[in-house]
Ligand binder design. Sequence first.
Ligand code: MG
Length: 193
Amino acid sequence: MKVQKSLLTLWIILLPATEYKQKAVFFDRDGVLNYLVKRDGSFYSPQNFEDFQLVAGAKKVIDNVHKMGFLAIVISNQPDISRGKLVQSDLNKMTDLLFEKLNIDDAFYCIHDDDNDTGCRKPAPGLFFTAQKKYNIGFNESFMIGDTWKDVEAAKNVGIPIILIDKDYNQDLKDVSRAKNLLQVVSLIKNEI
Ligand SMILES: [Mg+2]
């Protein structure tokens, strides 16, 4: 009886810990936290560190996300690594800047292209599961902030509510919550929690 009682006590102590989940705001990177680079009339992800410019107000957004109790996690496709257009050392410098200037909690990258993806390239959900495992994240309480159909589909694939940053290049996407800009994301999330 005594053993049973202590086991019950142990179970009660452990139960909240095992059920506890963190919540996160997942940020796509290019076009969301940093500006795209305009070249020949089109917009591209930065291919060298010198072109990596953070979006104005991004730090304020991450600060608010933290105040609301969310982790701030970057989930980003970087196929230019596979394509030989971006070197790993420059990607590392960009990531260092995200930690240093924005105080993000973590960044997860898929460096593959369509022809060599292993399930991490958005819209595939791989990186979300990696982050979930590392931080015990509940997807239902989390949010995804993105700017392309790949972010929308990836979020849908794992059941995370998505907020799309309004851009000229994503006007074809329908039935999705939109923020006029990155700063507006804060009030939209506040309204949802
Ligand atoms: Mg993007």
